[in-house]
Design a binder for this molecule. Structure first.
Ligand SMILES: [Zn+2]
Length: 75
């Protein structure tokens, strides 16, 4: 499709604080789903709407000093 837009978003597990990144894909039709933490099985993010999240990856470390740099990362 010509109008596929992917963006990377970052989420933090409300249960254990683990950080994850996921790729958000815009869709013309509604999707619903959720992602559960691989560590504590808590729901990190649930969504419904004209977008979908995939490619969940755990962020192994949380370098506080470098946290701000996420905003500038070129994917
Ligand atoms: Zn968790």
């Amino acid at each position: 499709m010509a109008n596929t837009i992917w963006t990377i978003e970052e989420f933090t597990c409300p249960g254990c604080g683990m950080n994850y990144t996921a790729t958000r894909e815009e869709h013309a039709e509604p999707h619903a789903g959720q992602f559960k933490c691989s560590i504590c099985s808590g729901v990190v993010h649930a969504w419904s709407g004209k977008h979908h999240f995939f490619g969940w990856q755990a962020v192994k470390s949380k370098p506080a000093v470098f946290g701000r740099r996420w905003a500038g990362v070129q994917w």
